[in-house]
Design a protein around this ligand. Structure first.
Ligand code: ADP
Length: 496
């Protein structure tokens, strides 16, 4: 509103009337209001002024000597399309006004008029003009927002470039727009045929082709090329909106590049892991093989050394296995063999497997299951692997004297799922770390984690395996108090 007021007060008005008194009255009264006012006594004089100065409003008498007021209004709007025309008339008939409004006249002022009527008509017209301009600006912004949405939702450089050319083509009168992405090639606008008006003739090219750099963080990520088509003589300089679109697109193109580099890095990491883990297997089998042959043949200190070497080699073997499983999972080569499994058998097996670790750590381990017989659809090897990892984490991250409780039962809120809950009274996980622990190779950086070793992939694997069962793995934790990992396994999931 403040903007509107300011614009109206600084509006530029051209008053045309062959009666000098009317011109003088309008000039004095409107200048007093803060407007910039010029006057002319006939259309010719007015048209001369319109050639050199920009106006927001033409206030003209309808009957002028020579070119009349309505024709002057038309000619004025031809030269300055945003200008509004208000006519003054001493004999306002319905037909005349109807005709005037149809010709694009914004308002009229019946003669004789007083200063208040003059002021009111001018303010009303300029207010409407301001609203119209605001509307047009908002419409332009809608295009920017639409294009911006395409920029932010895509990480593909070609999609971003294509959204930019479309938006720029809509915004400019330039018939031919394309984005030059260097090695990635050229993205032309819709209906544009390369070479898009480009010419070898330097002189013509200077006027007809504008190359604008798309820069993000000081780096050139492409070029927006505006080229005149054959029937155009030159290309208009980019508007503020086009500059804004370019800025956004440049950032999106930069993000796309960064994303691609990350994908590439991730790919390289996966390839390295796959290669390294497979290469480690052969020497490990040799160590374990010879360790096995020496077992029982040596006693005393030497027997103990061999036992420790074998134990360490088995640990490395487990880590390598985990790496290989993760790699298979990423390649979608991880297959499940789901079948109906006895829930009590699952709990008993886990109890048997985990008890030695719990005892060695001085952590109490409890299992609670339903009293009735129950079967769940799961891969007996991999589902147990995932649960065992959660329980092993619970034990490893719980100090001596603590407790880990594993409970299983049908979900009370969702009867179609079985919940496996692993509660521990351990060190807990800080809120800022909770969402990160499921990432591959992520370990919370504290001394206990370093003591425990590991590669930080167990939870990523566990979540992947549970996901492949159609289930979910969630965690709640309070630092220093303990953690709760909840696995929900749907009872009616189709076998994987
Ligand atoms: P790893 O494969 O090395 O055992 P995980 O992927 O299982 O690693 O776990 C990632 C990290 O999450 C661990 O390094 C640990 O910091 C944290 N974490 C997992 N389970 C628990 C738990 N029950 N209590 C506290 N921290 C845990």
């Amino acid at each position: 509103m403040i903007e509107t007021e300011r614009f109206i007060r600084t509006g530029r008005i051209l008053v045309v009337d062959d009666q000098p008194d009317i011109c003088t009255v309008c000039r004095v009264a409107l200048r007093k209001e803060g407007y910039r006012v010029e006057t002319a006594f006939d259309a010719e004089q007015a048209l001369e002024l319109l050639e050199t100065e920009a106006f927001d409003l033409l206030l003209t008498d309808i009957s002028l000597p020579g070119i009349g007021g309505l024709e002057l209004g038309r000619l004025a709007q031809e030269r300055q399309p945003i200008l509004d025309v208000v006519i003054m008339t001493g004999s306002p008939s319905y037909d005349l006004l109807q005709d005037a409004l149809q010709q694009g006249v914004a308002d009229y002022l019946p003669k004789p008029f007083n200063i208040d009527q003059l002021r009111l008509t001018i303010t009303r017209t300029l207010q409407r003009q301001q609203l119209r301009r605001e509307n047009e600006r908002l419409l332009t912004l809608t295009h920017v927002i639409e294009a911006g949405r395409a920029f932010t939702t895509s990480l593909d450089p070609l999609t971003v470039a294509s959204a930019l050319v479309q938006a720029v083509q809509r915004e400019t009168a330039t018939g031919c727009v394309h984005v030059d992405l260097g090695e990635r090639g050229i993205v032309p606008g819709p209906g544009t045929h390369l070479p898009c008006g480009l010419t070898d003739d330097r002189e013509r090219a200077d006027a007809c082709v504008v190359r604008l750099e798309l820069q993000a963080h000081g780096k050139v990520v492409g070029q927006l090329v505006l080229a005149a088509t054959n029937d155009q003589q030159a290309v208009a300089r980019p508007s503020e909106v086009v500059s804004l679109l370019m800025e956004h697109a440049a950032l999106a193109l930069n993000n796309a590049e960064v994303y691609e580099a990350l994908i590439d890095l991730d790919q390289q990491k996966s390839e390295f892991i796959a290669l390294a883990s497979h290469e480690l297997r052969t020497p490990l089998s040799v160590v374990l093989g010879y360790g096995g042959m020496l077992k029982g043949k040596l006693d005393g200190k030497q027997g103990y050394y061999v036992q420790e070497i074998t134990r360490a080699a088995l640990r490395i073997n487990d880590l390598v296995d985990d790496l290989i499983h993760l790699d298979r999972m990423q390649r979608d080569e991880f297959l499940l063999d789901s079948q109906m499994c006895d829930l009590h058998m699952i709990l008993e097996t886990l109890h048997g497997e985990m008890l030695p670790l719990a005892e060695a750590r001085g952590v109490a381990l409890q299992f609670r299951g339903p009293t009735e017989h129950m079967e769940v659809p799961a891969d007996p090897v991999w589902f147990l692997y995932a649960l065992a990892h959660l329980i092993s984490n619970g034990i490893r991250f719980t100090p001596k004297g603590g407790r880990v409780v594993v409970s299983a039962g049908v979900s009370s809120s969702n009867g179609d799922a079985v919940l496996f809950v692993v509660d521990d009274t351990g060190i807990g996980i800080a809120p800022k770390e909770v969402h990160r622990i499921f990432r591959r190779f992520y370990q919370v950086a504290d001394s206990r984690t370093r003591e425990e070793g590991g590669l930080g992939i167990g939870l990523a694997l566990a979540r992947g395996i549970i996901g492949m069962h159609g289930g979910d793995l969630m965690v709640k934790s309070i630092t220093g108090r303990g953690s709760r990992f909840v696995v929900s396994l749907p009872l009616n999931a189709p076998p994987a």
